[in-house]
Design a protein around this ligand. Structure first.
Ligand code: MG
Length: 269
C-alpha cells in the first residue's frame, strides 16, 4: 500500500533528513587514506547519539528484494568500497586506501519517521574513470529527483536516470531499487532506476508521496553478486560502482529534498 504523507509528517522526516545529512557530512570530512570503515561508522553513530535519533540500518532484517538475509545488520551505516555496490559492513579491518572510492549510506529515525541518503566519495586522488563515475551517478540522482513530479509516474524517474546513464556509457543496477519511505525505511512503491517494462508496476506520483531515489551505477555490466557475509553486494564483473541517494517529498510545488543540512526549509529541486 502506498501512503501519502501530511505536511506535519514530512516535517518529521525533514528532521530525520537533517540528521542523515549531518552523518554523511561528518563522514565526508573524515574520509582519507588510512581511516577504517569502522571509524566512519563510529562518527555516524555519534551524530545519532547527539541528535536523539537512531539508525534505520542497525538490526535491519527484512529487505524488500532479498528475503534470505542474515540476522540484523550489525552497524550504523553501510560502507561500500570500489566494486562493492551497496550494503558493505563497516569493519576495523577495512582501511581506505588512496585511489579507492567509498559509498556511505546512512538512515536515521526520529519519532518513528525515517530518512535515508547516500554519497560516494573519492579517497585521495582517484582515476579519471572513478571520478567520472562519481559525477555521473550524482547527476543521475539529480535528474531522477527532477522527474519526481506530482501528476507523473514513478517510471518517469527511472526512465530519465537510465537514459542519462546509458548515454554516459555506464550501466544501472536493476537488482536493487529505490523505495517509498516514512514510518518504515522501505515502503511501497519500489522506485527502479530504469524504465519499467510494459505491464510492470508504474504507479502515479501523488501529492505527499515520500520516496528515496538511489541510482547505483556500474562501469561494467549491471549484474550483481552477494558476498559470503550475506550483505555486501558487488558487481559480478568486479567493476567499479557508485551510489547516491536522497529522500524527498513530492509536493504540488515540486520535489523537496529532505536529506539536506541546515535549519531552514528543505530545498526544492
Ligand atoms: Mg535506500
Amino acid at each position: 500500500m502506498i501512503t501519502l504523507k501530511t505536511p506535519a509528517q514530512m516535517a518529521k522526516m525533514r528532521e530525520a533528513g537533517r540528521v542523515v545529512a549531518a552523518m554523511l557530512e561528518e563522514c565526508r570530512a573524515a574520509v582519507r587514506p588510512g581511516i577504517t570503515t569502522a571509524e566512519l561508522d563510529r562518527i555516524a553513530a555519534e551524530v545519532l547519539r547527539r541528535s536523539d535519533a537512531t539508525s534505520s540500518f542497525f538490526g535491519y532484517y527484512g529487505h524488500p528484494i532479498r528475503r534470505e538475509v542474515p540476522p540484523g545488520f550489525p552497524r550504523t551505516i553501510c560502507t561500500s568500497i570500489n566494486e562493492e555496490i551497496v550494503h558493505g559492513i563497516p569493519s576495523p579491518k577495512r582501511k581506505l586506501r588512496e585511489g579507492d572510492i567509498v559509498g556511505i549510506d546512512a538512515g536515521a529515525i526520529i519519532d518513528g519517521w525515517h530518512a535515508d541518503a547516500a554519497i560516494t566519495l573519492p579517497v585521495g586522488k582517484v582515476s579519471p574513470e572513478a571520478e567520472r563515475l562519481i559525477g555521473v551517478t550524482e547527476e543521475a540522482l539529480r535528474i531522477g529527483i527532477a522527474n519526481a513530479q506530482v501528476g507523473g509516474r514513478i517510471g518517469d524517474i527511472g526512465a530519465a536516470i537510465e537514459a542519462y546513464v546509458r548515454a554516459q556509457g555506464f550501466t544501472v543496477v536493476q537488482n536493487y531499487v529505490g523505495h517509498g519511505i516514512g514510518r518504515a525505511m522501505h515502503e511501497e512503491p519500489q522506485v527502479p532506476n530504469y524504465k519499467p517494462a510494459r505491464g510492470h508496476p508504474n504507479p502515479p506520483i501523488g501529492e505527499g508521496l515520500c520516496i528515496a531515489i538511489e541510482p547505483m551505477v556500474n562501469v561494467g555490466g549491471p549484474e550483481t553478486r552477494t558476498l559470503e557475509d550475506q550483505w555486501t553486494v558487488v558487481t559480478a564483473d568486479r567493476s567499479l560502482s557508485a551510489h547516491f541517494e536522497h529522500t524527498l517529498a513530492c509536493t504540488a510545488a515540486g520535489p523537496v529534498v529532505l536529506t539536506v543540512p541546515g535549519k531552514g526549509a528543505a530545498v526544492a529541486a
